[in-house]
Design a protein around this ligand. Structure first.
Ligand SMILES: Nc1ncnc2c1ncn2[C@@H]1O[C@H](COP(=O)(O)OP(=O)(O)OP(=O)(O)O)[C@@H](O)[C@H]1O
Ligand SMILES: [Mg+2]
Length: 259
């Protein structure tokens, strides 16, 4: 595994993108992969899970807008071995306005990551709940995409727009982009509704749906407040088991396709 860049995207809010980004990145790091977690959400939730905001001088916003700011001055080590973080702050919300009229606007992230990609085995990119320029930068820079879908009655609403954006990115800037998989999150396996929803998602995405389903878990909900991944916060919880198993599937799928 090398030069793999996995964007976690779904323009629906609160479906588990950040929870998946944080815990997949932590699991990959635990498996000995050199991981860079790229936070592209102005809310900075992934960043705050691992980094003290007072330690941030430059964030991904400066990396994408100021050529004089180099990668080294933005990247941070995290408390987890093998895991580094490219932090984000609320200033990133200005990106779209700042880059209006710039022809290379969708390529800013890719151009900054290309030279450092070989220093990592895998990049995990967390994105905001929009299909705007920030998410497009993630899709242009990524080799793979994971779509978290919340197990809820409106689970599939909005997926058409997401798939359309992916298709547009594939037609021109990034034909190599692949959907690595769809992960069902916040699943409550006791309910018949949740089983129906899983079937519906499988009808639309078929074999793309990961076998691993992330169960609804109080521990996962609590872990960000304690600034930890699920593996240190509650290593025996279902959330830890689920994200570990997702990580195994991710590695299998990536390796099956690059072999
Ligand atoms: N499996 C789970 N079980 C219970 N709660 C969860 C689970 N996964 C995520 N959550 C909680 O649901 C909320 C939304 O999750 P998260 O922040 O990961 O979503 P998101 O898609 O990144 O949201 P946004 O679109 O705002 O960036 C958070 O409070 C999170 O702690
Ligand atoms: Mg988020």
């Amino acid at each position: 595994m090398q030069g793999i860049r996995i964007a976690i995207a779904n323009q629906k809010g609160g479906v588990g993108k950040t929870t998946t980004a944080i815990n997949l990145a932590a699991a990959l790091a635990q498996r000995g992969k050199r991981v860079l977690l790229v936070d592209l959400d102005p809310q900075g939730n992934s960043t705050l899970s691992f980094i003290n905001p007072e330690e941030i001088t430059f964030s991904v916003y400066e990396l994408l807008t100021e050529p004089s700011v180099d990668f080294k001055s933005v990247v941070h080590a995290s408390p987890i071995a093998n895991l580094s973080v490219l932090p984000s702050r609320i200033s990133l919300a200005k990106l779209e306005g700042k880059l209006v009229g710039e022809l290379d606007a969708p390529f800013r992230l890719k151009d900054r990551l290309d030279p450092v990609s070989r220093d990592y085995d895998v990049l995990v990119i967390d994105t905001p709940p929009t299909l705007g320029l920030i998410t497009v930068n993630a899709l242009v820079a990524a080799t793979h995409l994971i779509i978290p879908i919340q197990s809820s009655y409106y689970a599939l609403e909005g997926t058409d727009d997401l798939l359309e954006t992916i298709e547009k990115v594939r037609q021109r800037p990034n034909p190599a982009l692949r959907i690595l998989g769809v992960v069902i999150t916040m699943h409550d396996k006791r309910t018949a509704l949740a089983r129906d929803i899983r079937e519906q998602i499988q009808k639309v995405f078929g074999g793309k749906v990961f076998d691993t389903v992330i169960a609804k878990s109080v521990r996962l909900e609590e872990s960000p407040a304690y600034k930890e991944s699920i593996f240190t916060f509650a290593p025996d919880s279902s959330g830890a088991t689920d994200y570990y198993s997702l990580c195994e599937e991710v590695i299998e799928r990536v390796e099956a396709r690059t072999a």
